[in-house]
Write a protein of this length. Structure first.
Length: 147
């Protein structure tokens, strides 16, 4: 029988990941684990949740004692588009979405996944969109905008 281990890699240095701690909620109470010292979180086939630290230590939490794992602070898998970006990323200025380069496809999606605007770089107009949160894909980059 094969052992299945699912691994979640934590990249805490990413700008879109602003949480400071992983909160492990269990029957005996909450434990805060500093994300800066977490190397990885695994879910071993034998059960439980294993948190491996960058110093080589680890802690295993049994499923029957575990209520939840959560992050404090703001956590988002999609970065927010910059107002001014020197690195050529997706830029949102309040009325247009732009990206460096020519002929890069730009798509804007609503949160239900519907493509509502499409165009090509250098920019697309989004002034007609109602206030809300949108996901922008330009080439291989993805960002969220809040209008």
């Amino acid at each position: 029988m094969r052992c299945l281990i699912v691994t979640i890699s934590l990249f805490v240095a990413m700008a879109s990941f602003a949480a400071d701690n992983l909160i492990v909620r269990q029957k005996s109470g909450d434990t805060a684990v500093a994300l800066s010292s977490v190397k990885e979180i695994t879910f071993p086939a034998e059960g439980g949740v294993k948190i491996s630290m960058s110093d080589g230590s680890s802690q295993v939490y049994a499923h029957e004692n575990l209520y939840s794992l959560r992050f404090n602070g703001e956590v988002s898998g999609v970065s927010t588009a910059d107002i001014a970006n020197e690195e050529g990323g997706i830029v949102y200025d309040g009325s247009t979405v732009s990206v460096a380069g020519e002929n890069t496809k730009i798509s804007v999606y609503s949160l239900d996944g519907s493509q509502i605007v499409k165009g090509v770089s250098p920019c697309v107009d989004v002034t007609h969109l109602p206030s809300g949160v949108y996901i922008v894909k330009a080439g291989c980059q993805t960002a969220k905008i809040v209008k």
